[in-house]
Design a protein around this ligand. Structure first.
Ligand code: GAL
Length: 446
């Protein structure tokens, strides 16, 4: 595998992994260290003739704590421990939705050649600088040739697992971004039919109706960190201006799409008066509880929000909550994924191989995804465990006329411009200045 020395493009790109915009960059992080002392080059590993006593402890980092996917990752680790009882697994979570804090920890550890065994990472462009810096191992044979992975995976996730042409990571899920979740009782009381809202700008009138006719706010939202607002903006961009414009913007063509970029910002600004008042101090999970409690009507989020509903007793799909495609984006599946990469200098190469092979298996994806609110990247995972909402997402995925990768969740945009986009959004949610944010977004790709 190609290696690129420090100071070249690879490490410059990796530097873009820090921060994450405004307040995110200053959040306290725990810079975890591995317990193992021996550092081995992952490139030398072999599973030939290994015995269980060869396994070094596995350290896996992720941000799935509390309502943000903890039940799902616990189920995944349980399944792994059942299959490999001899491998010691050390979970080392770094809380913070959208990777707010974990990105910084990982970048630092990888640059210091002290990576964990694996970590939660968006595949695709997000991993590009790691590949360019020569920090990830080619696992085409050691992992991807097992469990029928190459045949069973959908093409999109398979491609995303090869950001530089070689397999370096294992996607475990597919999340959808262009959702509009809603509390059914609230919208019924308000006399609003979410399915009839045909474009993002029309949501303003619907939210006004909610606030006139109920005690709930129009939209649950969190501006504590920039990513949920960037998420909302990308959903508006897609719904109001279409997928070609969305994709051009994801490629950095901000100036060429000035009207759409600014128009989507203005629509988000129009939504603002219908947000919960404490939007600046709550996390995305706390905002989501407002939908659960009936304090808010609508919520735009990835379907990890539905993972949270599933874990909530007495809050049933179809009775208490439902979802429509974000207005204007029906037939399009805006998606992101989570994956587990294999770093070089791996503290536990053999155990990591086993873990990644497991993540690529039917068993792992069947345990993890129903609880996570995502659908599996393998095509042969039985559907029974997924329940009616995720089965509908699977159908929507299958029938979608287009699948577009997320900007905010790292699939379509590399870490450096993404950090710039998040910085622009952090400024936006403090001064709500459309023109200034447009200029900053343009700068993000320069
Ligand atoms: C996404 C991630 C999801 C979920 C979400 C909220 O980036 O892919 O798995 O955790 O952030 O934190």
């Amino acid at each position: 595998m190609k290696t690129v020395t420090a100071g070249t493009i690879g490490l410059t790109g990796l530097a873009g992994c820090t921060g994450g915009g405004g307040s995110e960059a200053t959040t306290t992080t725990t810079d975890a260290t591995t317990e193992t002392t021996e550092s081995m080059d992952g490139g030398d590993t072999t599973t030939e003739g290994e015995s269980s006593t060869d396994y070094k402890p596995l350290e896996v980092q992720h941000w799935w704590t509390g309502g943000d996917g903890n039940k799902a990752v616990t189920a995944l680790f349980e399944g792994f421990k059942q299959k490999y009882p001899d491998i010691k697994l050390k979970e080392n979570p770094v809380p913070g939705g959208g990777g707010t804090n974990l990105h910084t920890v990982i970048k630092k550890r990888v640059l210091n050649n002290n990576p964990p065994s694996s970590w939660q990472a968006w595949p695709g462009k997000n991993l590009q600088p790691f590949v360019e810096a020569g920090k990830l191992k080619d696992i085409g044979d050691s992992v991807w040739s097992k469990n029928g992975m190459k045949d069973a995976y959908l093409k999109g996730p398979k491609d995303a697992a090869k950001p530089g042409g070689k397999f370096v990571t294992v996607p475990i899920n597919i999340h959808r971004l262009n959702n509009l979740f809603y509390n059914k009782k609230v919208v019924e009381k308000a006399g609003v039919d979410p399915a009839s809202i045909s474009k993002p700008s029309d949501l303003v009138a619907a939210m006004k109706k909610v606030e006139n006719n109920t005690d709930a706010v129009g939209m649950a939202h969190s501006t504590k960190h920039p990513w949920p607002t960037l998420d909302l903006w990308e959903a508006v961009l897609l719904g109001e201006y279409g997928r070609n414009t969305y994709q051009a913007v994801a490629e950095g063509k901000i100036a060429e799409n000035q009207q759409a970029v600014k128009g989507a910002l203005q629509t988000v600004k129009d939504y603002k008066q219908y947000f919960n008042e404490d939007n600046g101090s709550v996390s995305w999970t706390e905002a989501n509880t407002k939908v659960i409690n009936g304090e808010a009507a609508f919520y735009q989020q990835g379907d990890w929000a539905a993972g949270m509903y599933r874990g909530q007793d007495g809050f049933e799909f179809g009775t208490h909550w439902d979802q429509v495609s974000f207005p204007g984006s029906k037939g399009v599946y805006a998606f992101n994924m989570d994956s587990f990469p294999f770093p070089k200098n791996n503290p536990s190469p053999k155990a990591t191989e086993k873990f990644l092979q497991y993540c690529g298996s039917v068993d792992a994806q069947e345990r993890f995804n129903p609880k996570k609110g995502s659908i599996p990247p393998r095509t042969d995972v039985p559907k029974d465990e997924f329940g009616p909402f995720l089965q509908r997402q699977m159908d929507d995925f299958k029938n979608s006329k287009a699948q577009v990768p997320s900007i905010t969740h790292g699939l379509a945009v590399a870490p450096e411009p993404l950090t710039g986009m998040k910085d622009a959004t952090a400024t936006f949610t403090s001064d709500w200045n459309v023109d200034k944010t447009f200029q900053q977004m343009k700068q993000a790709f320069n």
